[in-house]
Design a protein around this ligand. Structure first.
Ligand SMILES: Nc1ncnc2c1ncn2[C@@H]1O[C@H](COP(=O)(O)OP(=O)(O)OP(=O)(O)O)[C@@H](O)[C@H]1O
Ligand SMILES: [Mg+2]
Length: 457
């Protein structure tokens, strides 16, 4: 641990020396100043951890010094030294932010124990702060709503997984909350203060996969202008989320497996093995068993990832969570849309409960948000503000998208791609699934349309 630094301020040369030697012998770094003015000029340069100051000095008095110092560093601690008979002054100093006082004459052990007490208190205060921040963070970012048996089970698994370093494999349809669960595991683990890095495997171009994960040396391929750490090195001591793991190119799967087994990475263009300490969480919304059977995903990699499996059931299988989720979203959108109170009409609630939510919680959240926009200042959200889009598409979508005249196949393909995106609330993985193509192919097509100016609004 780094040494704590104490600034001793006293106009009495003998006392300065005694304090200096005592505190240094107790293992602190000690700075001295002969006056309040000198002390302030030291503090203007940089902070210290504690001031020990005499109260009665020519020029700036101890109390004033503390006041001024705390204007620069509001958290700075101070202990004042006061002569017998001036206790009132010490009390005044404490009202101005001093932590403790010592009366002259004092013994060496007295000063040692007061200083030690201050640092112990400081440590507890910091721990308390971190804990409070953590609690707040849970409540805001990773609040997992639901009281269904399934969600309770997931919450239980999150706690167990958080207490270990095991690789976690999260399965669930799109929008069921896989990323949320991954975040919760990290936040509740003892890696919480370390990095949590996510990469979406469906979004990385195939050629950049290896260097994104493991890094590269300068000049290892065209475009590698400088050395770059990969995500494994960057999240050292923390957690990596490999989102949509099924999209990792087959050739790279064996490499990833080796890294997970040995916990060492080799940057592209290098032969040096760098040890890493990371917890890996992987997710998929695809049927991984089918991908293994059709040799698109390596079974050995799957076994290595699937140490701690968590499956999040689709929303339609835990509809009792829907009212709670709606309340939660209505609450969380309050600030954004400036309303005091909103509720759902009971007829609409019934329809929502009857619906099968193919896009799961994400779809519910989006639809609530859209209904909020449409409902404007009205307090009650009704069916007229709510559009079950997919249902509309299901009946008679064909006549809408397949025109009577003959058009080029490429154009037909483009229209189908956008129809799929609309239908899935712009969710690429889901859209690709509907179209029977890979996310990568979908992405390539979209890039192509963008370049040719064929994007649809
Ligand atoms: N139980 C829940 N409580 C509160 N919010 C939730 C819950 N489940 C999901 N959400 C919210 O729904 C949205 C989608 O969740 P998330 O991104 O974690 O889904 P996902 O399973 O990773 O989806 P995809 O497979 O499409 O990436 C997020 O805004 C998330 O906060
Ligand atoms: Mg996700």
């Amino acid at each position: 641990m780094e040494k704590q630094e104490i600034l001793v301020v006293d106009d009495d040369q003998h006392l300065r020396m005694v304090l200096h030697q005592t505190l240094e012998a107790s293992g602190y770094l000690v700075q001295i100043a002969e006056s309040g003015e000198e002390a302030l000029s030291v503090l203007k340069e940089r902070p210290v951890d504690l001031i020990v100051t005499d109260l009665m000095m020519p020029g700036i008095k101890g109390t004033e010094l503390i006041k001024k110092a705390r204007e620069i560093y509001p958290e700075l601690g101070a202990i004042v030294i006061t002569a017998y008979g001036t206790i009132e002054r010490a009390v005044e100093a404490m009202q101005n932010g001093a932590f403790d006082f010592i009366t002259k004459p004092f013994s060496i052990s007295q000063i040692e124990s007061r200083v030690q007490r201050y640092f112990e208190y400081q440590k507890l205060r910091k721990e308390n702060q971190t804990l409070k921040q953590k609690i707040q963070k849970y409540q805001i970012d990773t609040k997992i709503i639901g009281e269904s048996h399934a969600i309770k089970e997931v919450l239980n698994y999150i706690d167990i997984a958080a207490n270990s370093d095991a690789t976690v494999f999260i399965r669930g349809e799109s929008g069921t909350g896989k990323e949320l669960v991954a975040q919760a595991i990290h936040d509740r683990s003892n890696r919480a203060d370390k990095p949590f890095r996510k990469i979406n495997c469906a979004a990385i171009p195939e050629t950049l996969f290896e260097s994104t994960l493991f890094g590269h040396e300068k000049g290892s391929f065209s475009g590698a202008y400088r050395q770059q750490k990969g995500i494994f090195e960057e999240s050292n001591e923390g957690t990596i989320l490999l989102d949509e793991i099924s999209e990792i190119p087959y050739a790279l799967q064996a490499k990833l497996l080796r890294v997970l087994q040995e916990m060492k990475v080799t940057r592209v263009g290098s032969t040096v093995e760098i040890p890493v300490d990371v917890r890996v969480i992987a997710t998929t919304n695809r049927d991984i068993d089918e991908l293994i059977n059709s040799s698109k995903f390596r079974e050995d990699l799957f076994f290595r990832l699937n140490v701690f499996p968590i499956t999040i059931p689709p929303l339609r299988e835990r509809k009792e969570d829907i009212p709670l989720l709606i309340d939660h979203f209505l609450e969380s959108f309050k600030a954004k849309y400036h309303y005091q109170k909103k509720k759902l009409d009971s007829g609409l609630m019934q329809k929502i409960l009857n619906y099968d939510w193919p896009g799961n919680v994400r779809q519910l959240k989006h639809m609530i948000e859209r209904a909020l926009l449409f409902s404007g200042k009205e307090e009650v959200i009704t069916e007229k503000h709510f559009r079950f889009e997919e249902e509309g598409n299901r009946n008679g979508s064909k006549s809408q998208t397949i025109p009577d005249e003959v058009i080029p196949l490429a154009e037909m393909e483009r229209r189908m791609i956008f129809a799929a995106l609309r239908k899935t609330d712009n969710h690429r993985t889901k859209a690709a699934e509907l179209l029977g193509i890979t996310v990568r192919t979908l992405r390539n097509k979209l890039n192509e349309y963008e370049q040719k100016g064929l994007m649809e609004g």
